[in-house]
Design a protein around this ligand. Structure first.
Ligand code: NDP
Ligand SMILES: O=C(O)C1=N[C@H](C(=O)O)C[C@H](O)C1
Length: 274
């Protein structure tokens, strides 16, 4: 495929745990070309990528100049920006990308409901596609579908999410999305059985208006894991997803880059583009 027909992609957060994996995946994708890599601290990356794609030593320069990178990407045709940065950074970066006509694929979690709504309105106004994907793995989409099915039969459910201790936001974006999906099925879960007292603040987790509770665990040794536990008299139905390598997210990332191009508005969740 000639470089002119390849999708130009910018990775914001290119030096991070997800960013490095995404840069590698783009380097291996025949229909994509990396045109920009951004992080807070500029440096060279790519030493491991040359070997993977069999082109010898490679050095990709990472800049901290978002604006200049977006301007450059704009000149390359219809471009995509994958954002895997930080909850404090993502909103402004995504707005800037849309303003330059660059299609954002947002993996960064921690955006508030209001921020997502504002970005959706901005993308609509600009007729520019934008994907917000709290979890790029197919396993999580399947878990969520099974959870939706179970919610027809169970009124009691709690979510436990477990992550590495470098994670900035809690609860995880995936847990919030899962709880919101379940809440859309039923107004009220977990009707009170007794009057509860929390002797240690937070020990019952955080509750959505629907009554679904989310518990967050942070430990070294973990990557990303989620359990959805449904309870009823005499039985427990547990759904669990475990990530053992961030490579599991890459098919979803590449699919999102391809699917965001023709969109004219914002979509939320990998299930919307499968
Ligand atoms: N949707 C999904 O499937 C997944 C989503 N995630 C999400 O992706 C995000 C990144 O995760 P992860 O890779 O583990 O994080 P890391 O901390 O490993 O990487 C973050 C990257 O963003 C950059 N960055 C951080 N803060 C800023 C800032 N204020 N301005 C500009 N760049 C910044 C960092 O650059 P520097 O090092 O120079 O500061 C680094 O390149 C998180 O929100 C996480 O929840 C993670 C896994 C899967
Ligand atoms: O920070 C992470 O690692 C992850 N973040 C996403 C989230 O908050 O849901 C996706 C996955 O759980 C990994």
């Amino acid at each position: 495929m000639s470089s002119q027909t390849k999708i130009p992609v910018v990775v914001n957060g290119a030096t991070g745990k997800m960013g490095r994996e995404i840069v590698k995946a783009i380097a291996q994708a025949e229909d994509m070309t990396l045109v920009g890599a951004i992080a807070r601290n500029p440096k060279l990356i790519g030493e491991d990528i040359g070997e993977v794609i069999g082109c010898g030593p490679l050095e990709i320069p990472v800049t901290n100049d978002l604006e200049a990178t977006l301007v450059m990407a704009q000149s390359e045709g219809t471009a995509v920006m994958v954002d895997v940065t930080h909850p404090d950074r993502v909103y402004d970066a995504v707005r800037a990308a849309i303003a330059y006509g660059i299609r954002p694929v947002v993996g960064t979690t921690g955006l508030s409901a209001d921020q997502i709504q504002e970005l959706a309105e901005f993308a609509d106004k600009a007729s520019t596609g934008c994907l917000i994907i709290p979890n790029f793995s197919i396993g999580m989409v399947l878990l969520q579908q099974a959870a939706l099915q179970a919610s027809q039969y169970f009124d009691h459910v709690e979510i436990i999410e477990l992550h590495h201790n470098q994670k900035a936001d809690a609860p995880s974006g995936t847990a919030v999305q899962t709880a919101q999906m379940l809440s859309a099925q039923k107004d009220r879960y977990n009707p009170a059985q007794v009057e509860e007292t929390e002797k240690l603040a937070g020990s019952r987790g955080g509750a959505l208006e629907s009554g679904i509770r989310i518990h967050s665990v942070r430990l070294p040794g973990l990557i990303a894991h989620q359990e959805v536990l449904f309870g009823a008299a005499g039985q427990l139905y547990t759904l669990r997803h475990d990530t053992s390598d961030r490579v599991c997210y890459m098919p979803g990332v590449l699919l999102s880059i391809r699917r965001v191009l023709p969109l004219k508005s914002l979509l939320y969740g990998l299930d919307k583009i499968l």
